[in-house]
Design a protein around this ligand. Structure first.
Ligand SMILES: [Zn+2]
Length: 68
């Protein structure tokens, strides 16, 4: 049975015989999961002014839309 990357959903390359099964297809996906977690953790710690909040939303939104 083939597994899929937990981040992008693409089929994972054949697992190596040794080591634990991989959850992500590559470094990019693994790092993105890590970074998104970090961003979430930190966003709750900062309390930007309403003006900056708007800017942050726009930046995050355009980052998300790069994929289109
Ligand atoms: Zn992936």
């Amino acid at each position: 049975m083939n597994r899929n990357c937990e981040f992008c959903g693409r089929e994972l390359p054949e697992a190596k015989k040794t080591g634990r099964p991989r959850a992500f297809c590559g470094d990019n996906c693994r790092k993105l999961v890590y970074l998104l977690g970090k961003i979430e953790d930190r966003l709750v710690l900062v309390n930007p002014t309403p003006e900056k909040k708007k800017l942050l939303r726009r930046r995050l939104w355009s980052a998300a839309n790069i994929m289109n």
